[in-house]
Structures are given as C-alpha cells and as structure tokens.
Design a protein around this ligand. Sequence first.
Ligand code: PTT
Length: 621
Amino acid sequence: MATGCPVLGSEGVFGWSKRILWFDLGRGEAREWRYPGEMARDFIGGRGFAVKILWDHLLPGVDAFDERNLFIVAVGPLTGLPGPNTGKLVVASKSPLTGGYGDGNIGSWASVALRAAGWDAVVVTGAARKPSVLVIEDDKAWLEPAEDLWGLDTFTAHDRLVERYGKDAGFLVIGPAGENLVRFATVVAQKGRSGGRPGLGAVMGSKRLKAIVVRGTKKPEVYDEEAYRRAAVEAIKAVKTSPNYGFWMRQGTMMTVEWAQEASVLPAYNFREGVFEGYEGISGSYMEKVRVELRSCPLCVMACGHVVRDDEGMLVELDYENIAMLGSNLGISRLEEAAVLNRLADMYGLDTISLGGTLGYALEAAERGKLEGVDATWGDARAIARLVELLVRREGVGDKLAEGSMRLSRMTGETWYAMHVKGLEVSAYDCHAAPGMALAFATSPIGAHHKDAWLIGWEISYGRMDYSEAKAEKLIEMQRFRGGLFETAVACRFPVVETGISLEHYVKMFQAATGLSYGLEDHYRVADRIYALIRLFWVRERGGWSIEMDMPPERWFRDPLTKGPLRGAKLDRDKFTELLMAYYRLRGWARNGVPLPETVQRLGLGGDAVELARRYAAGPA
Ligand code: PTT
C-alpha cells in the first residue's frame, strides 16, 4: 500500500467526504461546507472536528441556550466501515451544565447513515420556530414539523419516527428533559443508547429540535479495500479470541459492580463510602440470572446492552455506571428498582451519572436540613422515582435539581459534598483512595467523566496511595488513545480497553481507510492538539483559568471513608496539587493550567490560539 497524504486538499480523497452540512434552523436552510484538507490532517474527525468548529465559529461568551450556540454531530474515517465497533458518532456543543466544551459518544445507526449520506459532520445553528425534526437524506436536508412528537418520551418518539421514516434510517432523539432544558439532558438513540452527558439534549431542546433523522445510500470510499478488509478481519478475530471475551459477553460493563466493591471504589451514599452492603443485589452475577435480551450498536462484535425487566415489567438496558449511580450511590440494593430509575432516565433523556450524582447530593442535603421539598430518603426507590418526575417537569424542588449538583450546592450553600468537577458529576468510581483516578476526573476535557481515562484499574495494581509522576504519565497516555484516537476515528474503544487487543489494529485500519501513513505517535500528536484546543476553548469562555477548576470534589480531601478495608482513607491536598503540577508540566501547560504559548505553537494551532495562551498562561508549572 502506498503511503502519503492523498487527503490534503486534493482530488482522490479517502476516509473523508470533505463535506460538512451546516443547517440553520431559523431559516430552514442547508449549506454545504467543503472544508480545507488540513482540517482532516490536523483534527481527523469526531471530537477533533467538533472543537475546531466551535473554536472557529462559535461567538465567545454566547450562552449555551442562545440560539447562536452550535450543535454538532461528527463521525470519523472509521465510522460506518465494517470492523470492530465502528457504529459510533460524537455529539458536541458548548455545555449548559459546565459552560465549557461538552461532548458525548453515542452508538447509533445515525452514525452509519451519516457516512453513507456523505457528510463528515452536521453543524446545527439557530433555533426552529416550532418543534421540528431535521431530516437528512443523502445530499438533501430539510425540516419537518414535530409538534405531535413534542412532549413524548424518547421510546415513544423513536417508535413514531420509525413509523414515519422507516426502519432503515438512523435517529437521534430528545425527551422531555431536553425539551425542559434540564442541564444534564442527553441525546438518545435506539431506546437505550444515551450520550452527551454535559446537557447536549438540552441544547437540542433549546433549538426546538426534537430529533435528527438520517438516511444515506452511498458506500464510503476506502483507500485500499483489500488492506482494510484484512486489518478489520484480524481485529475482529483478535477480539473474539481474547481471553476476556467470554466473560465480557456474559456481563459486559455490569461485571464492574463486584470488582468495584472489592476494590472499595463502588460509590455509596453520595460517595461517602466506597463499599455498599447491598452490592450483591445489583451485581453482574445477579444481572446474568435475570437478563432477557442482549442489544448492541451497529457493527458491534461485543454487544454490551444487557437488558432486564425492571420492577414495572418494562425492558431496560443496563450499564455499570447507571446501576452504581442509581443503585448503591442512592442506597438502593435491588437491581429491578435501580433499573426503573435507569429506564426513566432513558425515556426522559437524562444522563444517569449526573442524575445519580444530583439525587445523591439532594438526599444528603435534605438529611442535613439544607434542602426542602425532597420527600425521599436513601434506598426508597419509589420516592426517588417521584423526584425524577419532578426534576424532568421542573416542578417544585425538581426545578432546582434540574440545574445539576454544582448549581444546587450553591443554592444550599454546602458545596463540599457536591460530587462534580467543572459542573459535570463524577462517574461511578470513588476516589478517596485513588489520586490518579481523581486526577483523571479533574483533567477530563468535559468535566468529571471516566471516558478519557479509566486509570483506576492500573492504579490499583501500581499502588493506589502513590502520588508519583508515573500516574500523570499513564493518565496522559490513556487520554491520548481514548480521548484522542477513538474520539476522532470515531469508533468504540471497548475492543481495546475491554478485550485488550492491540491499538495497532486501529492504526492499520486507519491507514488502509485513508491512505494517511499515521502511526500511533501521529495520532497522539493530534490528540495533544485537540486537548490543548479544548482547554483554550474553556479558558476563552471563562476569561481565564485557575487550578481550582482542575480540583476533584472537596469531599475526597475532607471526609475519610468510614467503612471497608480502606477505612480512614482520604486524599492529601498538597500531594494532589503536586501531581496536578506534574500533569501540567508533562502536557506543556502553565502552573495555572493554561497551555503555554510555545506548546500551542508547537502543536500547530493558529495565531489566535497562541495569542490567547500568551494572555492567560502563568509561568511554567
Ligand atoms: C457515556 C456515559 C456512560 S459511559 C454510561 S454507561 W459506560 C451511561 N449510560 C447511560 C445510559 O445507558 N442511559 C442514560 N440515560 N444515561 C447514561 N449516561 C451514561 O453515559 C456506551 C458504551 C459505554 S457504556 C461506554 S463506557 C463506552 N463509551 C465510549 C466512549 O465514550 N467513546 C468511545 N469511543 N467508545 C465508547 N464505547 C463505550 O460505549 P457519553 P452509548 Mg454514551 C443506557 O455517551 O456522553 O459519552 O456518556 O453512548 O452508545 O450508550 O455507548 O459503562
């Protein structure tokens, strides 16, 4: 196979259609943007395209709910090609929850269809006058009325959309939470795939966009068909013959419940503890006994959608994060009860992690006499479900809960047990005794999400109370391939992180798909560029930066664990700050967390980025 850069501004482009669809909802107008080839070379796609577009085209300081905010759906060169788990897309926007860069990664037929329609991304701007559906069919895009769908939950809306547009289309839908501007509303696909934790469903809601429907008929062009086929077949074989594959297919991410309990990282009672007395009732082993179905994203070879019947007899797709945040974190020890909350989140279009974090905060604040109107307590699943209904409708105390835990804690005046970073609630790993994972949450580019670096497994074997630079190094390595390669190429990271297949499979697939001779180091450089630009986007939106923005929740420094083998453990603030400085140093960022101008220049970011870095970066860390 020849190598080189056939994509760069020339004919004979592979891996990209080099077209982005801009859709102005206010005018109902579609426009095609043939973006420059350097954008593909430097940012690849997915998250890379999203941040580049937001940086270049979003007016700084615009509110996330302002109609000028941009809602972006982006795929990458591997999306939709046959291969292990390539049915993914990235949704991104300025977040209404954090005020910074926000994105999420969703498995959906819409990803495959978007590639087949010949678009690398869709940028939605403006706001529709009435509830609408954006329909994209190959080269055409138009708005259709959706007043009859407004107010419907995502399951019902999905069924109506299938009736109207057919089974062969892909759908991205919001529920009442997005319509009512709940700040952690998500975008839902396939009745159980949910993404865009930092409130991307609410951005769609603010634009009166109920759904995006995509249908495409073209076959994405590949640079070297035979080499691609070989690389994809090898990768699939490696997944299916991996020693972890069998257990993964039995439990998927639900296997993590028992592991987390053993490792004392299972969040319990709003992250007061890392162990939960009722963990067996919500475990992967229990789930195996009651599972009724297994679902997956398109083009997936290691399905993770374990479906059970909840307490009300309804089907719901489970994941570890959902069950830990809506189970142990709220004191609930029956899977079927936690599953009801999980299903409500899917139907209303709410992020389960932020929902669990916000409800956990609310239960504790009510217990402390700081929040009125919370008629529920730990473990009372029915009463908690009623709170969810209030939250979605923004009624009574629900109006406060719909703002998320950061804003809620400012209302009560007690902020130290609000479990978030930058406004995004932490995912389900307690870090009283895990400074590396706390650093991963602290430096994740969207707020406290584990997606860019699940450091905790490695950290436990390395030495959990260790604060050495090795942890910052390992973290950056993970952020480079998880937050870089997989979020730009765009494909699911599970084949690599769960079955342990080599990243080289993806490097080969990428080379064969695009003709670009990128090795892992090239992908890492792209990842570093994207990380710097995302950080600069945050700095620009906030008019500066300080290390407080990169600190984990106060609780982990202040309240030691009182149960389990790690009783007494908590984080050390001075040592953690040193670890954060080591991270900044390794990234070439200043001691206040802003990329240094020379780093920005070295990464090839433009003059305005360098200028911003000059203005806000303090001295070296
Ligand atoms: C993701 C976050 C996660 S991460 C989970 S469980 W996970 C929660 N799932 C939710 C859900 O379900 N319903 C709901 N209403 N809210 C939910 N919020 C939470 O959202 C998901 C899988 C999973 S399951 C993970 S880890 C991996 N994530 C990937 C990623 O981020 N990038 C990538 N390239 N590949 C990934 N593969 C895996 O995909 P967000 P999904 Mg999700 C019911 O979107 O915003 O990134 O938040 O998208 O299609 O459901 O895939 O243990």
